[in-house]
Ligand binder design. Sequence first.
Ligand SMILES: [Zn+2]
Length: 406
Amino acid sequence: MSRINAGRLMADLRALARFGACGTGVDRVSFSAPDIEARQWLVERMQSAGLQARIDRVGNVAGVTPGASRAVVIGSHTDTVPRGGWLDGAMGVIYGLEIARSRIEQGRAATLGVDVASFQDEEGTYLSCLGSRAFCADLPESELAAARTPGGETVPQAIERAGYGGAVWLRDPARHVAYLEAHIEQGPRLEAAALRLGAVTGIVGIRRFRVICKGQADHAGTTPINLRRDAARSLIGLAHWVHEAIAGLGGPDTVWNVGVMSVLPGAANVVPAEASMVVEFRDTELAVLDRVEAAFRAQIAAADGRGGVVVSAQPIARSTPTLMDPRLVAMIDGVAGALSVPSMRMVSGAGHDAMIVGRVMPAAMLFIPSIGGRSHDIVENTDEADIVLGCEALAGVVERLETVAL
Ligand SMILES: [Zn+2]
């Protein structure tokens, strides 16, 4: 017997996808007109479901189950990247709505409520995970005031334009027992393994560095090779090291990227005077990140001065891994087993609101497959049967939490 109403779940997901519809996807960046309209629609859907709903000062949509003294928070985000997909974030929020609504109908809400969250600006149009950080009281006013779009609009200006007010919705340690977030995988692993559910064990930490090599511009025809101070040669050697050496230093889940490179002055007949790149690596284990970083820094030190090139690496971003609560991960395994659905444990290589909330309360994430592993594009999609199954499984986790004290 189903714990949720599959038809209603899909209807709400499709209704939400009409706000900012863009081909087969959605363009609904944080604080855009369709985003503001979608939040208002969500409040109305929550109220129809019997939840006490409001939009708080930063634009988080909160739908609280009345008459419950304990509640699970289920949520994600309804903002998207430009020309994004219809499920990234939205699905996790509508799962929360459907599970909260079903539990009220089934008379289960008093035993354990579901408080539904659509957190503002997970995608970082202004500030990544703005809403979940505010919910966790982890966002200083100064940082909120300073965040702005590339176009220059600040968060306070956007809040005023949207007309949001009232207190920020805060985590309530006496009420909120756990945070659950369902999300599309955004990668190909579940599909490749022909599995339908993923229990996320952790969300990666990221270390990102800008490497700058400074040499000297000279004529590329007349200057002998051994007399050149070629900045690009140094940089390319280091980029090669990143791609060849990290595989042997990291763990099975370690990933790395050289996503930005530039060479100046950038002419075919000039020896490069300056070259730079941005290097990042990600893993869920601090020890692995530390080991890779130490080796990387040693390479930078060894390269500095070689061939007359000055080499430096500046950290430009650093986030710590967030481990999901092992008891909740085991519950997801158990529910998948009870549903006879093939599943696996996996890490999340992308950031999510659960990365923030999981630092202050027990949290878990459930992944369902992404067709072709595609996301952050309008082609993003998932089989309807998988979408329905994921919601059923998450509702099963909530049922297990009725009788467990975390
Ligand atoms: Zn997302």
